[in-house]
Design a protein. Sequence first.
Length: 138
Amino acid sequence: MKAARAWKATLIVLFLLLAVPLALADKTSGPKYNPATETKVSGTVEEVKEVMDGDEKETHLVVKTDSGLIEVCLCPAKFLSELEMSFQKGDKIEVTGSKVTDSKGETEVLAREIVRGENTLVLRDKQGGPVWTWLIKK
């Protein structure tokens, strides 16, 4: 009898260990953060865009760099709104993020950190895990 209970408890723990990471996983449909492709991009915000990703809006920045324009994917727009954070055309920023190829074959950067002046906004941990998944109010 004790062995059966221990076996059930083990199965429940195993299920939770497998199910919880899947429930917390990044639900975006686009490219995934890759620490191996991390880069730094400095420039001036040319445009702030809200882009639909599935059923939620994401904030993207088009940044003018010395080598041209690059799109930077930040996070869900709701997260920036809750932080009362916004970006405007003309902001000088430095972005640390993963350089990836989107579904259209274009290069973009998935932002991990953004520095504007003396302020740093952290959007992802060092492995690229989004911080907004546990901060956005439902």
